[in-house]
Write a protein that binds this ligand. Structure first.
Ligand SMILES: *Cc1c(COP(=O)(O)O)cnc(C)c1O
Length: 411
């Protein structure tokens, strides 16, 4: 029966020795002892480094890599990535603080997001970070605050493109959105900027997230570059930066396959040659969150009880949707699908079974795996949810039912 169902993409990023998963070079069982309590998130430092290396090898050398830290804002993770990437994208003053605590120069930190408050803008201008401006009202406010602070703010205009990134897990551009300035309003806006006392250095064009369709990403890059070239003609200032967004997805669900990064790189190389003919001075940045960290992280919880009910087996664990909402299927999914879930200390196991893994919350939503084949587990075994390094803990309702918080480690 299961042979007709698509399977999870093979995940080889963590080695298995003696049937036990190794994270950060350490057996999961030992790591659990070291941490001393479950549940926990563990992020593998080397996996993140390898991912940056892979991107640099696959993409044109002109491409600068920015980390969109909302994917995983753990300070140790941000510190580690700050030493590897060219910029950090933040979306709040709280994130900005973490980014500024790293050695990343403030001018390489950019601040995006709708509804930035006066207080936040003032902090960002004083910090000297780049503001990705989301509306003409925000632009006017930034100009006024810069004037009162005696600092010339650096800005880039976020553009809501006139195309969308097809087959995205989350669309953030095209159509009507709260993000950015509609492309058709840009010529008018660019005319005013000259007189505003701002330093505008370029454009930010971000159109979607969690995309595994290589052709759709290539098409979006093509459209993005074209839009940037067309709008640059209206600017009377030099375009020094074009942030072409990101949206690179990772495989979570059965049937999904990784992106063809080399193909994306080849298209970008061709597009950059054309872009440089029109705008020779510009830097080009790609901003990615999930792609840097998503596959490098696991969420680990312990089996508290095996329960049989009307023909089904449940593993009741100490972890749940309050820590990993996305794995429960309640973070932007339309139809619930299983994340890749294994028994970390019995990866193959001597016996297999089909089970549902649930958390301790008193709600039927608290499902971590629904009728998934895995090694037969006992009480005390470690359930591992793979692909959990992005949009995990901070994207979950931690206070829901008031259970203890999990620990996060970078190994
Ligand atoms: C969320 C966000 C990202 C990161 O998206 P990922 O899918 O995690 O790569 C990048 N840029 C902006 C503006 C965002 O809001």
């Amino acid at each position: 029966m299961s042979s007709v169902l698509p399977e999870h993409a093979p995940l080889h990023q963590f080695p298995v020795q003696n049937d036990c998963l190794h994270i950060g070079g350490m057996a999961l069982t030992q790591l659990a002892q070291r941490i001393g309590t479950t549940p926990f998130y563990a992020y593998d430092r080397q996996q993140m480094t390898d991912r940056v290396v892979l991107l640099r090898q696959s993409l044109p050398p002109e491409i600068q890599l920015h980390y969109a830290m909302k994917a995983n804002p753990m300070p140790a993770v941000v510190q580690h990535l700050a030493s590897l990437v060219d910029g950090i994208d933040v979306a709040s003053v709280g994130e900005m603080k973490v980014a500024l605590d790293t050695p990343m120069p403030p001018a390489s930190v950019s601040f995006a997001g709708p509804g930035k408050k006066e207080h936040e803008l003032r902090c960002a201008i004083a910090a000297g970070v780049l503001l990705n401006v989301e509306s003409s009202q925000e632009l006017a406010l930034i100009a006024q605050l810069g004037d009162s602070l005696g600092i010339r703010p650096q800005v880039a205009i976020r553009i809501n493109p006139n195309f969308e990134l097809k087959s995205s897990g989350m669309k953030m551009g095209g159509g009507a959105t709260p993000f950015g300035v509609d492309a058709e309003c840009m010529p008018g806006l660019l005319k005013q900027i000259d007189y505003m006392g701002l330093e505008c250095i370029g454009f930010h064009i971000f159109s979607g997230s969690q995309n595994l369709n290589t052709a759709a990403i290539q098409e979006a890059h093509e459209n993005t570059m074209q839009l940037a070239i067309r709008l640059a003609a209206y600017a009377s200032f030099p375009i020094k930066l074009i942030n072409i967004g990101g949206g690179f997805g990772i495989p979570y669900f059965p049937g999904e396959r990784p992106l063809d990064l080399l193909a994306v790189g080849e298209t970008l190389q061709r597009l950059i040659v054309r872009l440089k003919r029109h705008i020779p001075s510009t830097r080009i940045a790609l901003e990615l969150g999930r792609y840097f960290v998503g596959e490098a992280g696991v969420y680990v919880c312990r089996v508290l009880e095996r329960k049989f009910s009307r023909g089904k087996t449940f593993l009741i664990t100490d972890g749940g949707l309050h820590h990993n909402l996305a794995a429960s299927g309640n973070f932007g999914q339309v139809i619930r699908k299983n994340y890749p879930v294994i028994i970390g200390n019995k990866v193959r196991g001597s016996e297999r079974e089909v089970v549902s893994v649930v958390g301790p919350l008193c709600t039927p939503l608290d499902i971590l795996a629904d009728q998934l084949p895995m090694a037969k587990a006992s009480v005390g075994d470690l359930v591992v949810i793979l692909q959990s390094g992005a949009y995990g803990l901070t994207a979950s309702p931690q206070a829901f039912l008031n259970h203890p918080l999990p620990i996060e480690v970078l190994v």
